[in-house]
Design a protein around this ligand. Sequence first.
Ligand SMILES: C[S@@+](CC[C@H](N)C(=O)[O-])C[C@H]1O[C@@H](n2cnc3c(N)ncnc32)[C@H](O)[C@@H]1O
Length: 223
Amino acid sequence: MSIEKIDIEEMGNFFNLRADGYEDHMKNTVKSFDKYYELISHPMKYTKERISILDLGCGTGLEIEYILKKAPNAEITCIDLSKGMLNILEKKYKDNKNQINIINESYLEYPFNKCKYDYIFSVMTMHHFLYDEKLNLYKKIKQSLKTNGMYIEGDYVVDEEHEEFCLERREALLKDIKYDKSKIYHIDIPFSFKTQKKLFKEAGFNDFNMVFSQGEHQIYTVK
Ligand SMILES: C[S@@+](CC[C@H](N)C(=O)[O-])C[C@H]1O[C@@H](n2cnc3c(N)ncnc32)[C@H](O)[C@@H]1O
């Protein structure tokens, strides 16, 4: 296996350093960028109610614009490790500050309230975590959704061969640094659908639905 040498950076620092150019980078990287972010909120029912929404790894809030179109009065809790990304989100949504709670923490550690949310989102953020980390998180998500609540995930999904390659690559990259297990590093380890579906089932979700699939960019819902 030939591994391209890259500097391993801590997740928060990685996005702090790139926050200013982040949205342009995404516009150039995500195929059908506008359609993709618009479709993120497609599974939501339009409502003027003050429903509760949690956005994990919200970044600069690209998806929030579309979530607000479907639920203009929603109370949205936005969690992200990167202060730089959150500062941009805060400025962009200053007119909505009475409905947006910003939390600068890791969603892996942060406790979520049980049975609280109508929708939980994560967009382009879950492809950094190992099986067990994701399983714990998906169980936490399941518990914090209301009975009819829905989890909507947009992320990279790859074939099984590529999944294996990324996991091996991660091991090889971490061997080269003084790996501190208490830290979160930015290394891409996207999973295959087979693994994602196994994870959702194990976390207690039954109903899987594909919303959008183009190359490695996918959007799916689970209940
Ligand atoms: C590629 S950006 C996606 C941002 C936004 N959701 C979007 O689609 O534009 C990934 C974001 O996830 C955040 N992130 C990664 N791991 C995290 C964690 N454990 N807890 C909170 N945020 C995390 C990063 O700081 C970054 O802002």
